[in-house]
Design a protein around this ligand. Structure first.
Ligand SMILES: [Zn+2]
Length: 438
C-alpha cells in the first residue's frame, strides 16, 4: 500500500456491498434496547472471527446501572425470538437477561487507548409496508412487529463491523489500544451509563462516537460545537383505592385526579434564566371503568436541559410536583428512573482535528462548524468520563439525504454514506495510533 489513508478509503469503498448486507440483515431483525440478543451475538461472532478479544454479557454492562430494563418475562420471550431468528451461540446465551453490550479489544502495544462507540438498538415503531419504502420494496423491512430501525443504528452497527475489519488489517502499523464499544439501549438514553460505570472508559484517552444526520448541502461529515441536551426519563405511578362512583366515591382514592393534576402542573414549572429547559408528558394510562373510582395511573415523562444542571432543576421540580399531586388526593406515588444522560460537548481541539483528518487525509467534505446540537445522546456519559480524567471526546455526524424523518415509520437512508462513517472512524484511529495528536 502506498499510504494508509488511501488504503482506508479504498477498503471502505470496496466494502459497500458487505456493509449493505449487514445493515439490511440487522434492519430486518430489528431489536429494541436490552433485547438486541441476535444483533449482539452476530457482532460478538464477527469480532471473534476477525481476531479481537471480545467481552460480552455482564463483563460489558454493569447490571445495576442499566436503566429502563424490560421485565424478566419480556427478556425471556425476546431470547426465544432471537434464537428462532438465528442468534448464534454461545454469544446469545451471554446476551440473555439484558446483557446485550459487546466490546472488541485490539492490543497493539504501547500508545494511547482509543475507544469507538457504535449504538445497536431499534425503536418501538411499526415500519411502513408500502412499496414506496425501500426496505419494503427490497424485502428487508422489519419482521418484528412494532420494532423498527428508524434512527439508523443498523447503519451504525454495520459501520462498526466494517471499522473492525480495516483496523485489524492495519494492526502491525498501530501503537496503542483500540476498544470497539457496541452499545445497547441508546434509545431512551438507557445503556451508556452501565458501560461507563463498569469502568470501560477509565483507561481511555480518546473516545469517538457518531450519529447519522440530515444532509447539509453536499457535505459528508458534520461537526457541532454546541451541546446536546441533558435528559431524564421517568415513569410516575399513582396507587389509590377503587370505590363505587355513585354510592361511595368518598371511600375511594382517585389516582386519576393525581395524574391529571401532575400533567397540568408539570407544564407550569417556571422557566430558568440559565438556559433552555423542556418537559413532556408522553403517555397517561389510568382507570378501569366509567363507574369506578380510578385506583391506578401511570405516566411516562421526560425532562431536558441545555446543561446537566438545568436538567437537574427540571427533574427535581418534576419529582416534587409528582409527590405533591399524589398527596393531594391521598394516593401513593412511585417514581421509576427509566433513562438519563448528561449534556455532551466535543473537546474543541478534537473538532478541528477531525476536520483536518477528514478533509486532508480522507478526502471527505466537512460542513462548516455549527453550534446547533439539540437532541439528546447518552454517548455524553462516555465523553464526560473520558474528559474528567484529562482525555478527549469527539462526536461527529455522517451526513446523508435521509428519507422520511428520524423516528418515523418511513425513515430510510442511502447506504452509500456508510463508507464515509467507516473512513472517518478508521482515519482518526489510525492517526491517533501512529503518533498524530489533536
Ligand atoms: Zn439514534
Amino acid at each position: 500500500m502506498n499510504n494508509a489513508y488511501e488504503y482506508i478509503v479504498y477498503q471502505a469503498d470496496s466494502m459497500l456491498q458487505q456493509l449493505c448486507k449487514t445493515r439490511r440483515d440487522l434492519h430486518k431483525y430489528a431489536e429494541r434496547g436490552w433485547c438486541e440478543i441476535r444483533t449482539s451475538s452476530l457482532i460478538a461472532g464477527r469480532l471473534t472471527e476477525l481476531g479481537y478479544q471480545v467481552l460480552t454479557g455482564p463483563d460489558v454492562c454493569l447490571g445495576s446501572a442499566r436503566m429502563g430494563l424490560p421485565s424478566e418475562e419480556q427478556l425471556e420471550a425476546e431470547y426465544k425470538r432471537a434464537i428462532a431468528q438465528g442468534a448464534v451461540q454461545p454469544f446469545a446465551q451471554q446476551a440473555r437477561c439484558g446483557y446485550t453490550g459487546v466490546i472488541g479489544l485490539l492490543d497493539c502495544g504501547d500508545g494511547p487507548t482509543v475507544a469507538l462507540r457504535f449504538d445497536i438498538d431499534a425503536l418501538g415503531l411499526s415500519e411502513e409496508h408500502g412499496t414506496g419504502h425501500l426496505p419494503c420494496a427490497e424485502g428487508f423491512s422489519s419482521v418484528n412487529n412494532g420494532v423498527m430501525h428508524a434512527c439508523g443504528h443498523d447503519g451504525h452497527t454495520a459501520i462498526g463491523l466494517g471499522v473492525a475489519e480495516i483496523l485489524i488489517n492495519l494492526k502491525k502499523h498501530l501503537h496503542g489500544k483500540v476498544k470497539l464499544i457496541f452499545q445497547p439501549a441508546e434509545e431512551g438514553v438507557r445503556g451508556a451509563r452501565s458501560i461507563v460505570e463498569h469502568g470501560h472508559l477509565d483507561d481511555v484517552d480518546y473516545v469517538i462516537g457518531n450519529h447519522m444526520n440530515e444532509s447539509q448541502g453536499n457535505y459528508q461529515i458534520g461537526l457541532t460545537s454546541g451541546a446536546t441536551l441533558a435528559s431524564t426519563k421517568i415513569d410516575i405511578f399513582y396507587k389509590g383505592r377503587a370505590a363505587h362512583a355513585g354510592t361511595a366515591p368518598e371511600k375511594g382514592r382517585n389516582a386519576m385526579l393525581s395524574a391529571a393534576t401532575v400533567v397540568l402542573n408539570l407544564q407550569s414549572i417556571p422557566r430558568n434564566g440559565q438556559g433552555g429547559t423542556y418537559i413532556n408528558v408522553g403517555t397517561l394510562h389510568a382507570g378501569s371503568g366509567r363507574n369506578v373510582i380510578c385506583d391506578s395511573a401511570k405516566l411516562e415523562v421526560e425532562v431536558r436541559g441545555e446543561t446537566t444542571a438545568l436538567n437537574a432543576y427540571m427533574e427535581d421540580y418534576t419529582r416534587r410536583i409528582a409527590e405533591s399531586a399524589g398527596n393531594m388526593h391521598g394516593c401513593s406515588c412511585e417514581i421509576k428512573l427509566m433513562g438519563a444522560t448528561e449534556s455532551l460537548e466535543s473537546s474543541p481541539d478534537m473538532l478541528s482535528y477531525c476536520e483536518k483528518i477528514c478533509r486532508e487525509k480522507l478526502g471527505l467534505s466537512v460542513a462548516p462548524l455549527s453550534s446547533k446540537a439539540g437532541g439528546s445522546e447518552d454517548f455524553a456519559y462516555m465523553v464526560n468520563r473520558v474528559r474528567s480524567h484529562g482525555g478527549k471526546g469527539l462526536f461527529f455526524n455522517t451526513l446523508a439525504p435521509c428519507s422520511g424523518g428520524f423516528h418515523t415509520k418511513d425513515f430510510d437512508f442511502p447506504e452509500s454514506f456508510l463508507c464515509n462513517g467507516v473512513k472517518a472512524f478508521c482515519g482518526l484511529t489510525y492517526d491517533l495510533l501512529t503518533g498524530g495528536r489533536p
